[in-house]
Design a protein around this ligand. Sequence first.
Ligand SMILES: Cc1ncc(COP(=O)(O)O)c(C=O)c1O
Length: 398
Amino acid sequence: MNDCTQTAKRRAVLRPEAREAPESGIVEVFNYGRNRPGLIPLWVGEGDLPTPGFIAEAASRSLAAGETFYTYQRGVPELREALARYHERTYSGSFSPERFFVTGGGMQAIQIATRMVAGTGDNVVIPGPCWPNITAAVGIAGARAVTVPLAFGNAGWTLDLDRFFDAVTERTTALFINSPANPTGWTASRSDLMAIADFAEKRGLWIIADEVYNRFFYDGYRAASFYDFVDRDSPILFVNTFSKNYAMTGWRIGWLSAPPALGQTIENLIQYSTSGVAAFMQRAATVALDDGDAFLDEQVTRARRGRAIVCDGLAATGKVRLAEPSGAFYLFFAIGDETDARRLALRLVDEANVGLAPGTAFGDDSGFFRLCFARKEDDLTEAVRRLSEWISRRFGSS
Ligand SMILES: Cc1ncc(COP(=O)(O)O)c(C=O)c1O
């Protein structure tokens, strides 16, 4: 048997959850245009600022002090205390450090949360289009992600709650709520969240609340949160990350917030996956939380300016469908009546030298693109100029 046949045979016996894990449609376009000179990359979900020095220096100090050993699976006590302080400042009421678990990015928090509440034969209901890593994590856990489409109209992206609840079956074990949402910016109101929590309580469902963009909200200090009204022991698993607030996407550190009674289970799941996050990263994260408010405010201000540049600029072409998002840092928009966003995203790399993520990567097949506006004004202004020129070449000016 030659090598190829052997590999094919082995592949056939791979677990379907692994074999069928989808390739990310964002990464596909990113790889296509990665090294183009002068390309403005707006495809990935991160800003253009590096991690501030005061955060990075805390990691260097920790390394220099020899903090290079195995550490607490749940996170070092100082970081869990800083998380409690951050939550007390940001939301009302008190938070026990015992409810925080430090993870390898928000992504590992999603993995752990999903594995805790969904497995073979189960399904998880989620508004879509959504970040593909969420549906993929559900699939890898052996469960099925059932997406309920948000509607796009004059009011922007909206979720019909009756339709959302109708998607729940006896196989549903959890609702996954990402608000503010990637890629649409859809942001649940407090009354939406209350209705969802009430429904979940009545049906005995878990909620996984991905609130990583909670502070990237443009109609107030922060978006509504389940923390605003549920009691601390409610069956809600909160996913969060240092990536967005503190420009730390490459560090891979986040947190899961859950009722402390789940502590031993979560500790075990961390122990048998990463065994914990490096201590020096946790020192940096502690400083980020304690001293990073001004940096975070500046990032939100910058994103707000970025949002205005891309929304006003693209709306002026008269050829795009868009609604100004109230949260997160993405514009999800469509160009003309194009529906093949994957093909068009590749063309935009070649013909406009701008990198956008195709909506197909998020489960949308109606021609939308995601553009990340957490970037300096000059780049965004230039990207809008290039896109507008491309649009008028293709569709004529309005
Ligand atoms: C909705 C959502 N949740 C979670 C994450 C996880 O972030 P990270 O793994 O970088 O911490 C992201 C990152 O893009 C996201 O968009």
